[in-house]
Design a protein around this ligand. Structure first.
Ligand code: ADP
Length: 567
């Protein structure tokens, strides 16, 4: 149940996470969209301004050129002469017509014609055409009225017959301060509309000539001319103006304007920006792709990082465990060492006690002997005994010193020493006891050297000799035989007695601590300590019963044997 609710909570969490990421994606895409759109808009507006300048320059130069022509024509003396003479004879009109026709062709204008002071067309470039203006009266036209009034004029008008839209450039003809007529040059607006193709203004760009009267005189879009671009005039307009944008028939245009004062109009250059929002799609697509790739990369990196961290924590846990186990092991080892030390100390003290007791009881015996000898007045014998006592005291000192040495370090100062003096020392310590028991000692040892720590080896020998003496206590034949031989590259020191022999049931265990048959005075430590001492020399202590009588102990040691035999 708990697990189930946990799973539901986890799912809820991932759903929320996905939702948040989706939101983030949408926000990022919106930012890309808005920033891209703004950038594109700014770029297009700058473009509109610079491209508009080209169009404006073109219009200005064409208007200037066309305006200059009627003026030049009006000042032509030949025209003036023909004009004057024409008033007298109509044949002169023909020359004038041809002249105007030439001007019309050379200038690229639609028509060039001449009106007299009453407004009647008296000569025209289209004189030979069926729609010739000759004979028409245009006195009502503003280009006529203004030219008579001010000298020159420029007017937009729609042709009465042709219905063609035109720009009319006019200039008065003066003769001796008399205004005798007006030269008119008409340029069809369509000329500009067609010329527009020559301009490098791009596919989405448009232009329009907007009259101050609210009417569109000309435009690159064929539907626009003669529409109203301002709602104030007559009907409502399709053109909705904003700061730098105008909306026409659901299309948005950036625009820039240029005044055409002579025409009482302005030129507007427009660029369609309706498609700008759609132009953001590729951008959004790329951004979307990049974000998705980024998300995937992030996901992979995150997974790797999590894996790495899990590995790290597992490794740390493992290291902690190893550390913990190591500490536990160290603790256990320390406890073991302590236990071993305690055991060793216990054994050692028991051994020391044992070893010291022997020289002490020997001293006791020698002291008793001294008293006896003193009473008898045998002073030299007393002196001998005292020497022995002195050496025994020295021995006790040495044992104690050895104990100190042992407690200080486990070092065994092993060296190659002659065997015989070691045996003699041990016999000296056990001498009183052996003598008292009536034991016969037989030493049969060739010149031999053994690798031992001398004092401790003597302890072993003392131990073995004492045990032998005790085993022979009840025997009629009491002989202790000490020998040595080389066997298997080892020196074998043998200690044999004629005692009771080792009890059958003890044969396998006499070297274990506390195994004893001596009720009352035995600790059962002597042999176990001896075995350990010999083992510390790299040797071995073993025992068996002799086939004839008694027991034999064999100490196998590293060493050298020189001659065959010596006794
Ligand atoms: P302890 O002398 O205090 O009993 P030891 O370790 O020296 O301890 O001896 C253990 C036992 O081994 C003795 O009690 C005895 O029974 C047996 N033993 C040792 N030496 C001899 C020997 N030479 N002959 C017969 N038995 C022996």
């Amino acid at each position: 149940m708990v697990q189930q609710s946990y799973v539901v909570a986890a799912r809820g969490q991932t759903f929320v996470q996905w939702l948040l990421q989706l939101l983030l994606l949408l926000v990022c895409l919106s930012v890309v969209y808005v920033a891209g759109l703004q950038q594109d808009r700014a770029y297009r507006y700058e473009q509109v301004k610079s491209q508009g300048q080209q169009l404006f320059a073109y219009f200005d130069s064409e208007f200037a050129r066309f305006a200059a022509i009627p003026k030049l024509v009006s000042e032509n003396p030949a025209l003036k002469a023909a004009f004057l003479s024409a008033q007298a004879q109509s044949t002169a009109y023909t020359d004038l017509n041809i002249y105007l026709q030439d001007v019309q062709r050379a200038s690229g204008a639609s028509d060039v014609y001449l009106l007299d002071a009453k407004g009647d067309v008296i000569a025209s470039s289209n004189w030979s055409k069926d729609y010739s203006y000759i004979g028409n009266n245009f006195a009502f036209r503003r280009y006529f009225i203004d030219a008579i009034g001010h000298g020159s004029a420029l007017e937009f008008a729609v042709g009465i017959r042709s219905k063609a839209r035109g720009f009319y450039f006019s200039h008065v003809v003066s003769e001796r301060n008399h205004k005798v007529g007006v030269v008119v040059l008409k340029v069809n607006v369509s000329k500009f509309e067609q010329d527009r193709e020559k301009l490098n203004t791009g596919y989405d760009n448009e232009f329009a000539v907007l009259g101050d009267d609210g009417l569109i005189y000309g435009a690159s879009q064929p539907e626009w001319p003669l529409q109203h671009y301002r709602s104030a005039v007559a009907e409502a307009s399709d053109w909705q103006w904003q700061a730098q944008q105008v909306n026409i028939a659901h299309q948005a245009y950036y625009f820039t304007t240029h005044p055409l004062p002579e025409l009482a109009a302005q030129l507007v250059f427009l660029s369609n920006v309706s498609d700008l929002p759609y132009q953001q799609w590729p951008r959004i697509g790329i951004a979307c792709l990049l974000l998705v790739i980024l998300r995937v990369v992030w996901h992979v990196v995150q997974k790797r990082w999590q894996g790495y961290q899990a590995l790290q924590s597992r490794r740390q846990a493992l290291e902690d465990k190893v550390e913990e186990r190591t500490q536990a092991l160290e603790k256990a080892q320390n406890a073991l060492i302590r236990a071993a030390k305690l055991a060793t100390i216990g054994q050692l003290s028991a051994s020391i006690n044992h070893e010291i007791n022997q020289p002490l009881s020997a001293i006791n015996t020698y002291l008793a002997s001294c008293r006896r000898l003193l009473r008898k007045g045998q002073f030299s014998a007393v002196s001998d005994n005292l020497d022995i006592i002195e050496s025994l005291v020295f021995r006790v000192h040495q044992i104690v010193a050895q104990l100190k040495q042992f407690s200080q370090s486990g070092d065994n100062k092993m060296r190659l020493v002659a065997l015989r003096p070691l045996i003699d020392n041990a016999l000296m310590i056990t001498g009183p006891e052996l003598k008292q028991a009536g034991v016969e000692v037989e030493v049969s040892v060739p010149e031999t050297e053994v690798w031992v720590e001398p004092f401790r080896f003597e302890q072993v020998l003392v131990n073995l000799f004492t045990n032998a003496a005790q085993a022979m206590a009840e025997q009629s034949e009491k002989r202790l035989t000490i020998g040595a031989e080389l066997f298997d590259e080892k020196v074998k020191v043998t200690v044999a007695d004629t005692g009771v022999g080792i009890s059958q049931h003890l044969l396998g265990s006499i070297f274990e601590p506390f195994v004893t048959t001596k009720t009352g005075h035995g600790l059962g430590l002597g042999l176990s300590i001896s075995k350990e001492i010999v083992a510390s020399f790299g040797g071995n202590l073993s025992a068996h019963n002799r086939p004839t009588q008694g027991a034999e102990f064999i100490i196998a040691l590293s060493g050298k044997m020189h001659s065959s035999e010596e006794s």
